[in-house]
Design a protein around this ligand. Structure first.
Ligand SMILES: O=C(O)COP(=O)(O)O
Ligand SMILES: [Mg+2]
Length: 222
């Protein structure tokens, strides 16, 4: 078995939005700015913490690249680094990861979330044991949708082929740029309809994932 299964994190394995939203609002309110709604913050998740902060600062009427941005980014990274209490696993994730590792697939993680909070949440939810290779949003100069983080995850895993599994437009674009199959989890933070994202197959329940992967990797009938 030479296949790597590389997973996105936010909106794919975990519902981290409640912690991201709460941490961001603690920072904004402490500065005297208005808090943002959960829907607003959800719309800004996917391209990493610097983009999230730029969009939140902009929503409050400040320049997305000025001194307010720099202060809010530093404060958010501090505030979010170990914010795990409101984050939950999507149903069936652990059983699916156990089944896939038992089946011999190598599992890796490629997220735009910075590495420190990524490792904190993986440990908190006991997911770290599944992922010997983890690439975060600040591990390389490039972030998804640049394919470089995906290729680096695969390189460190030392396997020839990969399937990428994620929830968002950014993940679909990353897989497309890398030229690899993409499985779309439909219950995460996607912005548009499922059929607007290029994908090989989609699933709404992790109990269906092992079967879907077996189907995709099965040799074609003669
Ligand atoms: O932190 C983000 O913006 C998104 O993280 P993800 O790549 O795990 O979805
Ligand atoms: Mg995601």
């Amino acid at each position: 078995m030479t296949l790597s299964l590389i997973f996105d994190l936010d909106g794919t394995l975990i519902d981290s939005l409640p912690d991201i939203h709460a941490a961001m609002n603690r920072v904004l309110v402490a500065r005297g700015s208005a808090p943002l709604s959960r829907a607003q913050v959800q719309g800004f998740v996917g391209k990493g913490a610097p983009n999230l902060v730029a969009r939140c600062v902009e929503a409050g009427g400040d320049a997305p690249d000025g001194p307010v941005y720099a202060e809010v980014l530093a404060a958010f990274l501090r505030e979010y680094e170990d914010a795990t209490g409101l984050t939950t696993l999507y149903p069936g994730v652990v059983a699916a990861l156990e089944a896939l590792s038992r089946a011999g697939y190598a599992l890796g993680l490629c997220t735009n979330k910075p590495l420190a909070p990524t490792m904190a949440i993986l440990r908190h939810l006991d997911l770290a044991r599944f992922f010997p290779v983890v690439i975060g949003g600040d591990s390389l100069p490039q972030k998804k949708p640049d394919p470089a983080p995906l290729f680096e995850t695969q390189r460190r895993m030392g396997r020839a082929d990969m399937i990428f599994i994620g929830d968002s437009e950014v993940d679909a674009a990353t897989a497309q740029a890398a030229g690899v199959p993409f499985l779309l989890y439909t219950e995460g933070y996607r912005k548009g309809p499922v059929d607007t994202l290029p994908h090989s197959a989609s699933f709404a329940d992790f109990k269906d994932l092992p079967g879907l992967i077996a189907q995709i990797t099965a040799p074609a009938a003669p």
